[in-house]
Design a protein around this ligand. Structure first.
Ligand SMILES: Cc1cc2nc3c(=O)[nH]c(=O)nc-3n(C[C@H](O)[C@H](O)[C@H](O)COP(=O)(O)OP(=O)(O)OC[C@H]3O[C@@H](n4cnc5c(N)ncnc54)[C@H](O)[C@@H]3O)c2cc1C
Length: 451
């Protein structure tokens, strides 16, 4: 852990202008989450003085995620990082549950491909992972300074960002990286971000529930070290856009619920959103999985759903924006993406800075390389592919009607009582005719085709 005054006194230069003078480092990264730390990692071999300012007590203390990171797209970005990274379990099982009011249907995928090294995805606890990454970049010579909140950007008369202001200091830099998360005040300050629109955000609540590893493996039918990722859609969100998640960590479960804010605002009567998680925990499908567990962490956080439609400008004179601050998040219905985008965009911001340093030019036209790097990466390619996801996410039938219908139909297929059982074909056909063969479903299907 570094003390900012010491870093500035020993490593910096000074910058001065008309009647003023300010301490200066080469690069300031605001936010010690995945985006900021990945950028710092990339810059750690650059010979530049790089500082990361993080307002939390330590990196990871304020960072919330559901908990699965796809490492496959990131291996080429930070090849040396993943071998020793404190990830939880590799995901060998994908589970999708449609929840009706009083029934549910679950699809479960086990695949050898998921269970073969190099594993495509892992569960992750950010309090552990981000802290480890911060220590690693510190060892590599970057100054990671916790408990340091940035209050403002310093912008000169030519509209160039030349530093940041904290409660008690002004620090100059050739380039500032805004990696300050979903409500980035910095992106807003430089006019890159449009004002907050509720339909572009969801709110997530999460508990980490400690449980014996053997119990986790038994309950999810996993071998030692294997993990499961389970998503839930249906009655848990009471008709609102959203869903639930459950990830198996080494010694805990991450259980949470996400609800679209616009959907929440429309709900009558008003719902105390945190209570949804309490109800969810009471469902038999969940109750038996978490039985005997001890809640050890509770968190709530906003989550980006806007995709490409809310991506702000990401570069300007003396500034780059990365991760959630740059709106780089997607809800793909069957999975939420944000962490890979944060890591990759952080690395790309770092590469842009190295190139700009080579030219000694941190103007907007030089930093525009960042936009090109992003465009060529999997991030923007996926953002374009899923550019219509927002329209689909606004369709509340996906989160209420269909999960109920699927579970009801499956229940009907399996049900036996004192009546003689009707033909399987008739049960399925009539269920399909009643619920799916209509104009509304056809329209929903057309909408889905754009996803
Ligand atoms: C409930 C939930 C579930 C999710 N599930 C998944 C998932 O399963 N998979 C996935 O890929 N993504 C998921 N996401 C999204 C993912 O967590 C984010 O996209 C990712 O954390 C973004 O990383 P980041 O580094 O950009 O931002 P953050 O992790 O938010 O980091 C920003 C950092 O900046 C610091 N900061 C902010 N303001 C200041 C300031 N003024 N001064 C100094 N420091 C500041 C903060 O303290 C924080 O440490 C989920 C998100 C939520 C909320």
């Amino acid at each position: 852990m570094w003390d900012l005054e010491w870093v500035i006194r020993d490593f910096n230069g000074r910058v001065s202008g008309d009647g003023w003078t300010m301490e200066k480092v080469d690069i300031i990264i605001v936010g010690g989450g995945l985006a900021g730390l990945s950028c710092a990692y990339e810059l750690s071999d650059s010979g530049m003085t790089v500082i990361v300012l993080e307002r939390g007590d330590f990196s990871g203390s304020k960072n919330v995620t559901g908990g699965r990171i796809y490492v496959a797209p990131l291996r080429s970005y930070l090849p040396a990082l993943w071998k020793d990274a404190p990830l939880e379990r590799h995901v060998s099982k994908e589970i999708l549950t449609f929840l009706g009011e009083a029934n549910s249907t679950t699809l479960e995928l086990y695949s050898d491909r998921l269970n073969r090294e190099p594993y495509p995805s892992y569960t992750i606890l950010r309090a552990k992972f981000d802290r480890w990454l911060a220590d690693l970049v510190s060892e590599k010579g970057v100054f990671v300074i916790p408990q340091k909140k940035v209050d403002d950007l310093i912008i000169d008369n030519n509209k160039k960002v030349i530093g940041v202001r904290t409660e008690d200091e002004e620090i100059g830099a050739d380039c500032v990286v805004a990696a300050d998360g979903i409500l980035s005040f910095m992106a807003e300050k430089v006019g890159f971000r449009k004002p907050f629109q509720p339909q572009h955000f969801a709110v997530g609540f999460k508990e980490v529930i400690q449980l014996d590893p053997k119990i986790i493996e038994d309950r999810f039918r996993l071998e030692e070290g294997e993990g499961a990722a389970q998503l839930f859609v249906g009655s848990l969100t009471q008709g609102m856009t959203g869903g639930g998640f459950l990830y198996t960590n080494r010694e805990s479960l991450s259980l949470g619920i996400v609800v679209g804010i616009h959907s929440l605002n429309r709900k009558e009567p008003r719902e105390e959103v945190y209570k949804l998680l309490d109800h969810f925990k009471e469902r038999p499908e969940i109750k038996n999985l978490i039985k005997g567990g001890i809640p050890v962490e509770y968190s709530a956080h906003l989550i980006t759903e806007g995709g490409i439609q809310i991506k702000p400008k990401v570069y300007g004179d003396g500034i780059l924006v990365a991760g959630d601050a740059a709106g780089l998040g997607l809800n793909m219905l069957v999975t939420v993406r944000g962490m890979e985008y944060a890591v990759a965009s952080g690395v790309l911001a770092g590469r842009t800075i190295k190139k700009a340093k080579g030219k000694n030019d941190f103007s907007a036209s030089s930093l525009a390389d960042y936009e090109r790097f992003l465009d060529e990466s999997f991030i923007m390619q996926e953002m374009k592919t899923y550019q219509n996801s927002l329209t689909l996410l606004e369709n509340e039938r996906l989160f209420s009607k269909y999960p109920q219908v699927i579970s009801d139909l499956f229940e009907k297929v399996m049900w036996v009582d004192e009546q003689s059982k009707e033909s399987l074909y008739k049960t399925v056909y009539e269920g399909m005719k009643e619920n799916f063969l209509n104009l509304q479903t056809f329209r929903d299907w057309l909408q889905f085709r754009k996803m």
